[in-house]
Write a protein that binds this ligand. Structure first.
Ligand code: G4P
Length: 525
């Protein structure tokens, strides 16, 4: 337990949201509080523009810039915070899912006008799989949104999580007057156009105090009294143990663009959010306090500039101390690897570091040694688990336009799959290749990169598949199933069998006809 002090001062998390809910704006406010940036707009300029743009090169260019913003490390009140960025564009959702495996908690931003949206649902599903602790920030209270009680209801039902408000809004939209802090019993007043400051905070221990009426008017004061009575009756005190188990999510209301309600949340975050957590491996759990170093690769970022073919692998440190120039064991390849220039992302500057501790993310130059999910250790022979692949949404068959380049194509497909750009399925007992992605944009990226980097020219033929299901069961039953369903059975990158279903109806029929076979929507079951 040599590094306990370092471990206890670290918090590693991600901000997640449906595009446009305010993730970038909130990130920026956090960085301002942490002193990592001095001006508003600094994060914005790196933002990947959303929408149905097919100009993926522009997106990739911006992704290039955003390597430095993939991890943002800053200090706030002596806590070292690692904020992991997740791509805003929905076509890169897989990237986001993987990043979520490297954090210990998340802040979920919800737009008060739109409530729970499609991406919110999916991201939360991933968080629920791992019981990741969640804090909810209900943003844009300066706009006329849904009523707070309705929003809480909607979030609880749709995301299947219990909520616990720690602040409560007084009105919304043009009438938004601020939030009442239920935890430290103070009133935080909102002045449109003016950024939130501590001077706007008024302690109100007793809500019957007339000071409340004088600050927000009698009608709103009475409404707040009524709301708070109800809230205290329903929720009581927050059980941080339940939050840490991912059962209850504390809720804050505010307006990120006005920097309102953000500091309260950040202060609570550093108080209650988990420090680096133990991690599961195929040989048991590794505690962050284990003295020997271990970590895993959760993201690989390729450089699209043909003059610089290097890739950057992002390593999450799970235990012990990572040191520059020391030999570590690459478990999958069973060989030693050493890094002379690992870097961190302090204050958004890339800088070479000498060491890193659990919770930290280190950027490693990679010449093709790493796959997503690889484990590095100081000798141990185990793999971190919990990096599943999810069923893609869009499936296309790869058509090789230049048979002379078959080898290059295979290599390219393998390397792009290792990076996690897409999932590759190869026909079981055949050579048909199908690529599965979450968004169409990725197909453009793949086509472009295969040509530029590997000289392989391909076309894609859309296939009408609905889901990929990993199948398990008794050997004989699986063999029979594979024989009958040959055209639909593929192998994933690790050789596991996958059934591609044409529709929900087909999948349900197969499930009924084959009660001894299990169909899984993710590769880890
Ligand atoms: P994202 O990263 O989740 O996609 O969202 P982002 O922060 O970019 O915010 C999306 C839009 O919502 C931005 O406006 C942003 O200014 C606005 N926004 C963020 N927080 C609040 C808030 O508390 N209240 C209101 N009313 N708006 C908010 P935009 O017009 O798309 O961009 P910009 O021109 O303002 O940069």
């Amino acid at each position: 337990m040599k590094y306990l002090n370092e471990i206890n001062r670290r918090k590693t998390f991600a901000i997640i949201s449906h595009p446009d809910a305010g993730k970038t704006t909130l990130t920026e406010k956090f960085l301002l509080f942490g002193g990592a940036i001095q001006t508003a707009g600094a994060v914005k300029s790196n933002k990947i523009k959303k929408g149905a743009t097919s100009d993926f090169m522009e997106i990739e260019r911006q992704r290039g810039i955003s390597v430095a913003t993939s991890v943002m490390t800053f200090e706030y009140k002596n806590v070292l915070i690692n904020l992991l960025d997740t791509p805003g564009h929905k076509d890169f959702a897989e990237d986001t899912y993987r990043t979520l495996t490297a954090v210990d908690s998340v802040i979920l931003v919800i737009d008060s006008v739109n409530g729970v949206e499609e991406q919110t649902r999916r991201l939360m599903e991933v968080c629920r799989m791992r019981d990741t602790p969640v804090i909810v920030f209900i943003n844009k209270m300066d706009r006329d949104g849904k009523f707070p009680f309705d929003l809480l209801d909607e979030i609880e039902k749709e995301l299947n999580i219990s909520l616990h408000p720690l602040t409560w809004p007084i009105n919304m939209g043009k009438e938004f007057k601020g939030v009442y802090n239920l935890y430290d019993k103070s009133l935080n007043l909102f002045t449109p156009g003016q950024k939130g400051t501590d001077e706007n905070s008024v302690p109100i221990n007793d809500l019957s105090d007339e000071l409340l009426d004088s600050k927000v008017g009698t009608r709103d004061a009475n409404q707040l009294r009524e709301d708070v009575e109800l809230l205290e009756g329903v929720y009581g005190d927050l059980d941080t143990g339940d939050y840490l188990k991912g059962k209850v999510a504390p809720v804050f209301f505010g307006s990120a663009v006005n920097n309102f309600g953000v500091k309260e949340m950040l202060d609570t975050f550093i108080r209650i959010a988990p420090t680096p957590e133990p991690r599961k491996t195929d040989k048991g759990v590794v505690a962050p306090t284990d003295d020997r170093f271990s970590g895993f690769i959760f993201k690989i970022h390729a450089n699209l500039d043909p003059r610089h073919r290097d890739r950057i692998a992002f390593l999450r440190v799970c235990s012990g101390r990572f040191e520059r120039n020391k030999n570590y064991h690459h478990v999958r390849l069973d060989k030693d690897v050493r890094f002379s220039a690992p870097y961190s992302f302090m204050a958004r500057q890339k800088e070479v570091i000498d060491d890193a501790y659990p919770g930290d993310v280190v950027g490693l130059f990679d010449t093709g040694n790493f796959k997503i999910g690889d484990t590095l250790t100081e000798g141990g022979n185990f793999y971190f688990t919990g990096m599943p692949s999810f069923s893609p949404e869009i499936f296309k068959e790869v058509i090789n336009k230049d048979p002379m380049k078959t080898k290059q194509l295979e290599k390219g497909l393998r390397q792009l799959t290792d990076e996690g750009v897409a999932q590759l399925f190869t026909q079981h007992g055949g050579n048909r290749k199908i690529i599965g992605c979450v968004g169409d944009l990725q197909f453009e990226v793949i086509q472009y990169r295969l040509l530029q980097e590997y000289g392989a020219s391909v076309n894609f033929v859309p296939l009408a598949f609905y889901k990929a299901c990993w199948i398990t069961g008794e050997k004989k039953k699986i063999e029979d199933f594979v024989r009958f369903k040959q055209a639909n059975v593929m192998e994933d990158k690790d050789g596991h069998l996958v059934y591609l279903a044409q529709s929900e109806w087909f999948l349900n029929t197969e499930r009924q006809n084959n009660p001894d076979i299990e169909f899984h929507f993710t590769s880890e079951f």
